[in-house]
Design a protein around this ligand. Structure first.
Ligand SMILES: [Cu+2]
Length: 193
């Protein structure tokens, strides 16, 4: 009997989800906000994944990427001009010297924090990676929406960051958040124009 109860409790615990609507202080939808839910208490094992940030039309796509720590990101250059990707951010400092095509090795983002990348050749090129020690990460879409699913119900810290955020330059903000079911919240980020 105890075993059955345990299995039931486990299914219920994994049923929670969180939908955030991210807006600025004027209430306008805010795209490209990185969010992460870090459980207060035991952390499930992170499954290091893979991601891709391409360079196309002298832009990085996507502009914003949110990943769990340990994710390997490749940087294919789809342009016919060479790019030179670099970051000086403490969470991940690296350089991919002038190249076309796909560099042989992806870059592993192994420390939590905000990583700002640029191109040495094209000053207007910028991309962001927000690395968090949790499997539950996301980026808001054009409607400001981001959905995190398969969450155990419980207490979390919600981490968030946005390139236009008026707060601390490269530190995520953290607020406590309890997730108990199919929860919906509005997250207001004071973003500069
Ligand atoms: Cu470039």
């Amino acid at each position: 009997m105890a075993g059955l109860l345990g299995a039931f409790a486990c299914q219920v615990a994994l049923a929670a989800s969180l939908v955030l609507r991210v807006v600025d202080e004027q209430g306008a939808a805010l795209e490209h906000a990185a969010v992460a839910l870090r459980p207060v208490g035991p952390m499930p094992p992170l499954k290091p994944g893979k991601a891709e940030i391409v360079q196309q039309g002298k832009r990085f796509k996507p502009l914003m990427t949110a990943v769990p720590s340990g994710t390997a990101i490749s940087f294919p250059n789809l342009d016919t001009v060479r790019h030179h990707v670099y970051s000086f951010s403490p969470a991940k400092s690296f350089e991919l010297k002038l190249y076309i095509g796909t560099p042989a090795a992806p870059v592993v983002f192994d420390k939590p924090g905000v990583v700002v990348m640029g191109c040495n050749i094209h000053d207007a090129m910028v991309a962001y990676v927000v690395v968090s020690d949790t499997p539950w990460v996301g980026v808001s879409d054009a409607a400001g929406a981001v959905r995190l699913e398969a969450l155990p119900a419980g207490d979390y810290e919600l981490e968030y960051w946005h390139p236009r955020w008026a707060g601390s330059a490269n530190e995520v903000e953290r607020i406590p958040l309890r997730v108990s079911g199919d929860d919906r919240h509005t997250l207001v980020i004071g973003a500069q124009p």
